[in-house]
Design a binder for this molecule. Structure first.
Ligand code: DX5
Ligand code: ZN
Length: 216
């Protein structure tokens, strides 16, 4: 399993310190939640934050774009040093094209679906992507409750990947803690985003270890 701490729950006044902490403690990648106050009702980071983080860590940076016009931001985040750019299916009428744009920039391309969006809406783009992120909360805020019905969606995505002989990573985001991680892992998740559970703990290393322990 790979763990991607979400810096949404980090201490913004000490962002570099918190990033170093999770890197030392064994994080596999870093999840950056970009929100524009329009696609979701919260406002967070722009490309300058990714650019500032790039020299601070050797962890891969994945940018989760919760913005209404993802196409407008691909180049800026790619140039800022994003390793993966995750685009919401719901945010664009031109999903295939935006993903192509990400790939042209030399960045890993991922697609994201909200809890209410069916897997069938991804049918045509699955061969294009390196990663599929299944939201396990409604996007916008950290610290929400894991939506258990999404486990079945992960399971169906896992079966679909096998049936179509594809190779994308399956990721979940939202409400991941030592109680919820196992069901998602058993359904076939490869990458687990965890924000409040990791950064809200006294010891980020203990929190990540407890996630790894819980899936055994
Ligand atoms: C929610 C974000 C998540 C968030 C997860 O819109 O996409 O990445 O940081 O936070 P937790 O782990 O606290 O649910
Ligand atoms: Zn996220």
């Amino acid at each position: 399993m790979k763990i991607a701490p979400s810096i949404l729950s980090a201490d913004f006044a000490h962002l570099a310190r918190d990033v170093e902490k999770v890197e030392k403690a064994g994080a596999d990648l870093l999840h950056v939640d970009v929100m524009d106050g329009h696609f979701v009702s919260n406002l967070t980071f722009g490309p300058l934050v990714v650019q500032a983080l790039r020299p601070v860590t050797s962890l891969p940076l994945e940018v989760h774009l919760m913005v209404s016009d993802p196409a407008a931001w691909v180049a800026d985040f790619a140039e800022a040093g994003a390793d993966t750019i995750l685009v919401h299916e719901e945010a664009t009428d031109h999903l295939y094209g935006v993903l192509q744009h990400v790939i042209e920039k030399g960045v890993r391309a991922g697609v994201v679906i909200n809890p209410g969006t069916p897997l069938s809406s991804l049918e045509e783009v699955l061969p294009l992507v390196d990663q599929v992120l299944v939201m396990t909360v409604n996007p916008g805020f950290g610290g929400q409750k894991f939506l258990t019905p999404m486990v079945d969606k992960v399971d169906r995505l896992y079966q679909l990947r096998k049936a179509r002989k594809l190779h994308f990573d399956i990721e979940v985001d939202g409400g991941i803690n030592n109680q919820t991680v196992k069901a998602a892992a058993d359904a076939g998740t490869d990458i687990f985003v965890a924000g409040s559970y990791v950064f809200g703990s006294k010891n980020v290393g203990d929190a990540m270890n407890s996630l790894r322990e819980a899936v055994k």
